[in-house]
Design a protein around this ligand. Structure first.
Ligand code: CP
Length: 317
């Protein structure tokens, strides 16, 4: 039975923890829902009452600009009340555990918790300890599901499809939660994923995940429809995994010369924050092939969709 003929809702999840758990149908449903929410941001009054009376708390234990602010704005656009939990000013500084902190916040009547944490699995841990919805906003090197959803949305919007596209993910794959989540989502929607980078950051073992592994960036440029450049952690590059930052930029940086060898309609992506002049030359980051700011705009619509769907599924359960 297909989604069109079934009475069952496509989305029944209370939590969004990892993109690897989602079916093709569920991912497409989030993207379609986000498409309708994107229109809200073009109105003069940018609000809908979908989460009126609900309380959303942003719990960020790691730095963030894009994810934190777009979840906050997404909740506001859905008319929810939003609390921004400040780690620095909280009692976690006095030794309170994550779960005790979360249970105390939930006791104030919170409906949705959004968690970014440095430990892989933190959002799973939290989802088993509280009754409200939990959204993973990035956990260690494990997963960043809303980043992957907004990347898929942007690719579908710019290319008209995801199925059959050749997508390169370039850089520090080994330590990247974005790479893991993007790969899962892209594969679920039928794209061909190539990981690109030095062997120290892109081990051959990653082929077991179903992605191609390539260490020569120049060799794959002409065949790619999408090139997603990941942030390089300069301190790691300059120490043990690569001889020098200059060497890394020479072999794996995207610049206008490399862009000329790509397909004329290649899409250049970056999740942010960008190290200008390292993974991306400034003229490429700001040029017509770049989708960096469009990704951020689309992130708002995706996060509105995720908040709405998880709360709707919880209410229906
Ligand atoms: N892409 C991303 O997660 O950016 P932030 O760390 O600024 O949220």
């Amino acid at each position: 039975m297909t989604a069109e003929t079934s009475d069952q809702p496509v989305w029944t999840r209370k939590h969004l923890l990892n993109l690897a758990e989602l079916s093709r149908e569920e991912i497409v449903h989030v993207l379609d829902t986000a498409e309708s929410f994107k229109e809200v941001s073009t109105r003069s009054v940018k609000k809908v009452p979908a989460l009126r009376g609900r309380v959303v708390v942003n719990m960020f234990f790691e730095e963030s600009t894009r994810t934190r602010m777009s979840f906050e704005l997404a909740a506001q656009r859905l008319s929810a009340d939003v609390i921004d939990f400040s780690v620095r000013m909280s009692s976690t500084k006095k030794g309170e555990t994550l779960l005790d902190t979360a249970r105390n916040i939930e006791a104030m009547g919170v409906d949705i918790m959004i968690l970014r944490h440095g430990a892989a699995g933190a959002a799973y841990h939290l989802s088993r300890a509280v009754n409200c919805c939990v959204i993973n906003a990035g956990d260690g090197q494990h997963a960043h599901p809303t980043q992957a959803l907004l990347d898929l949305f942007t690719i579908r919007e710019r290319k008209g499809r995801v199925d059959g596209l050749n997508v390169a993910i370039v850089g520090d794959i080994a330590h990247s939660r974005v790479a893991r989540s993007d790969m899962r989502g892209l594969q679920t929607l039928g794209a061909n994923v190539t990981f690109v980078g030095p062997p120290t950051l892109v081990p051959r073992a990653f082929e077991s995940l179903g992605a191609r592994v390539v260490h020569d960036f120049d060799s794959i440029l002409p065949e790619m429809d999408v090139i997603n450049m990941l942030r390089i952690q300069k301190e790691r590059i300059s120490s043990s995994v690569f001889p020098s930052l200059r060497e890394y930029v020479r072999l794996f940086g995207m610049n206008s010369e490399r862009l000329r060898r790509c397909k004329p309609d290649v899409l250049v992506m970056h999740p942010g924050p960008v190290n200008r002049g390292i993974e991306l030359a400034a003229d490429v980051a700001d040029g017509p092939h770049s989708s960096i700011l469009r990704q951020v705009t689309n992130g708002l619509a995706i996060r509105m969709a995720v908040l709405f769907l998880c709360q709707q599924a919880t209410d229906a359960a």
